[in-house]
Design a protein around this ligand. Structure first.
Ligand SMILES: Cc1cc2nc3c(=O)[nH]c(=O)nc-3n(C[C@H](O)[C@H](O)[C@H](O)COP(=O)(O)OP(=O)(O)OC[C@H]3O[C@@H](n4cnc5c(N)ncnc54)[C@H](O)[C@@H]3O)c2cc1C
Length: 416
């Protein structure tokens, strides 16, 4: 292993950036490893920001992915408040020099991009009023957590996972909550209709109001603070707190400066290599091919993808054997409902509902061409595990048997 090198620079101190550093060390890489991150905090978990942390059930120190001494022990140089502004590659197109916004130069001979994503901004007048919040990082979550005790009427703009999780926390605290969603169903981009319908009913049952097919045209305010949300039909929803969760934009600016191919995200192959094969990228900043969607590139915004793609990226940096492709999985906690997703349901042509949605414990299994491709398990961890296992082995579960709740799903897994 090379020791006399300048080493590897990883840009982005999130789940993917840390994952690359750890995988390099685990593979025996002994040259310097630097992670440079824009934020003030060491790498931390984002999922609790809209769940346990927002609900006041978790402290900031428990968000950290690794204790501070981990970086020393693994000889990983972690630079916080170190936003990389510019990169110049050497003539060999692999090594080069990166410059932070404070002017510090960092030499590297291997480069990984793990720059994540930023929340999409709501492009309407009034979006900068006090009391309007986004939820991506610790400062956002800290601020929102501080505002909740003073709030009475909350409008959540966007019925995706983050918006719905925040709505559930606000509702659990007894606040008046309205969710405004532009599409005709909740979770339209990420879940199938039965799950969308289930969550609409579940949030309404818990006292939230859900407005579908409604778009926000302006946020109204008084003395600099938000007072209402104006919809395209002229309705004004009174609000003293507005939470915006309308998706993310992958951060691709540095990749574009480097001339790498980008679409919505940085385009990588199944080895996490960018269009410059010496440079890898992983996590929310990427667009990647997937065996389930031949000819397409997909963006996967999940902890599982960031962690698994990081291992693939590290293997490519070292020209080592590529780890096996992992089954995509995801989770979301909304009040006392735990949704676990295995696989990717987009493109399904059939589905089976196992259990009764009204009982809030059921699973939807998705099929394409008769083959199992994914499942959404609501308060059903055993079904989730069974489907994840089946997909991991390339096996299936016969749709004719799947609805029978009297039979454990794991006993129905069939190798094909
Ligand atoms: C509130 C919330 C709840 C979520 N809940 C779930 C969940 O329940 N389940 C799930 O699977 N996923 C969830 N996610 C998504 C998951 O957290 C992300 O998919 C994952 O964190 C992506 O990791 P990443 O390292 O690719 O990107 P990020 O975590 O975005 O990290 C990228 C880092 O790079 C830094 N950076 C960017 N540009 C530069 C630069 N030029 N120089 C230096 N640093 C830079 C950024 O500041 C950032 O810290 C949630 C996300 C949020 C925000």
């Amino acid at each position: 292993m090379d020791t006399a090198e300048t080493g590897t620079l990883i840009i982005g101190a999130g789940e993917a950036g840390l994952g690359i550093a750890v995988a390099l060390r685990n593979a025996g890489y002994t040259a310097p490893v630097t992670i440079s991150g824009s934020e003030a905090d060491a790498p931390y978990q984002r999922p609790p920001l809209s769940k346990e942390f927002l609900a006041g059930e978790m402290d900031e120190e428990n968000l950290l992915l690794r204790a501070n001494n981990f970086y020393q022990d693994k000889e990983i140089r972690l630079l916080t408040n170190a936003h990389i502004e510019d990169i110049v590659l050497d003539d060999n197109a692999a090594g080069g020099t990166a410059t932070t916004s404070s002017g510090t130069e960092i030499r590297f001979d291997r480069l990984a991009l793990a720059t994540g994503a930023s929340p999409r901004r709501l492009p309407v007048p009034g979006a900068d009023l006090d009391g309007v919040c986004y939820l991506r990082d610790i400062p956002d979550a800290r601020r929102l957590r501080g505002l909740l005790p003073e709030a009475r009427r909350v409008v959540v703009v966007g019925g995706g996972y983050i918006g719905l999780e925040a709505a559930a926390v606000a509702r659990t605290r007894g606040l008046e909550v309205t969710v405004v969603e532009t599409f005709e169903r909740l979770l339209q981009r990420v879940a199938a209709p039965p799950i969308s319908e289930f969550f609409r009913a579940a949030h309404e049952k818990r006292g939230a109001r859900v407005l579908l097919g409604a778009s926000v045209t302006a946020l109204q305010g008084s003395a600099g603070s938000v007072t209402g949300v104006e919809l395209s039909d002229g309705t004004v929803l009174p609000a003293d707190l507005v939470i915006i969760g309308i998706g993310v934009e992958p951060r691709i600016e540095l990749a574009q400066k480097l001339g790498l191919d980008c679409g919505r995200g940085i385009i990588v192959d199944d080895a996490a290599r960018t269009s410059n094969p010496a440079i890898v990228a992983a996590g929310d900043c990427t667009m990647q091919p997937h065996p389930l969607y031949p000819g397409e590139l997909i963006c996967l915004e999940s902890v599982q993808n960031a962690a698994d793609q990081a291992k693939v990226a590290a293997a490519s940096l070292l020209d080592g054997p590529r780890p096996e492709r992992a089954v995509p999985w995801f989770w979301s906690n909304q009040a006392d409902i735990r949704l676990q997703i295995a696989g990717l349901s987009a493109g399904f042509d059939d589905y089976v509902i196992r259990g009764e949605p009204g009982s809030e414990q059921f699973t939807v299994l998705y099929y394409r061409g008769g083959r199992l491709i994914a499942a959404d398990a609501v308060n059903s961890p055993h079904d989730f595990m069974a489907v994840k296992r089946a997909l991991g082995k390339g096996a299936t579960i016969d749709p004719a048997d799947a609805a029978n709740v009297g039979v454990q799903l794991k006993t129905l897994i069939r190798e094909t």
